[in-house]
Design a binder for this molecule. Structure first.
Ligand code: NI
Length: 226
């Protein structure tokens, strides 16, 4: 499932985040690329251990963990701290797959990359190119969202970022291990949750609300791995 999550960040938060990023010291994105990815990656990234990455990453992780659409679709168990990248001057990232497992810094835990998330930090009209192209089961999707919006997609997808030919594209991205590893099961739980919420809104006293909520939790109990 590929899902657009609107309004993760407010206009004020975006201004604050962009101001920090514009003053930050960026490094060559090839530093963290694997052997195959190095040949196709020409972007910049914030050093993972930098104060700016930690400070801004904490804001983004906090906003997402309180966003009902993200929680309902991702069913997050744990995640790596958000990272930041910058594409400008024809910078691009060719077709690649992300690693299946990432260590969580400062912790013995690892994250299985069930889901990838990209939060767009610049208005789409401020740069040309920079589409995130995701090869989904339904074909190729080109994603370029308003500043503050995010896209959530399966970590198993081949994906790329097209060259930025004008302006600069700033984004945050990271990976989430879900309580429910299988994409099709998360999809069913998300659809069921959304239906329960609509029914609750339209008919709050309907007897089926409790029954459907019970089914939702029983499925989650059956399918979740902690
Ligand atoms: Ni990637």
């Amino acid at each position: 499932m590929l899902l657009h999550i609107p309004a993760v960040l407010s206009a004020d938060e975006l201004r604050q985040i962009r101001a920090v990023l514009e003053a930050a010291a960026w490094e060559d994105g090839r530093r963290t690329a694997g052997h195959r990815a190095q040949a196709v990656k020409t972007n910049q990234q914030l050093p993972l251990e930098s104060g700016a990455a930690r400070e801004l990453g904490a804001i983004i992780a906090d906003r997402l963990m309180r966003h009902p659409t993200f929680l309902s679709a991702a069913l997050p168990l744990r995640s790596v701290p958000p990272r930041f990248n910058r594409y400008a001057g024809e910078g691009a990232y060719g077709n690649h797959v992300d690693n299946a497992i990432f260590p969580v810094p400062g912790s013995p835990l690892s994250v299985r990359t069930d889901l990838s998330i990209t939060v767009f930090l610049c208005e789409p009209e401020s740069y040309d190119g920079g589409e995130l192209i995701i090869e989904d089961t339904f074909g190729q999707q080109a994603v370029k969202l308003p500043a503050g919006d995010a896209v959530l997609y399966p970590g198993s997808s081949l994906h790329r970022v097209t060259p930025v030919t004008r302006g600069a594209r700033l984004a945050s991205f990271f990976w989430v291990q879900s309580l429910v590893p299988q994409d099709h099961r998360r999809r069913m739980l998300y659809d069921l949750d959304q239906s329960i919420q609509r029914l609750t809104g339209d008919h709050p006293d309907h007897a089926s609300v409790d029954q459907l909520t019970n089914i939702y939790h029983n499925l989650l109990r059956e399918w979740s791995i902690t």
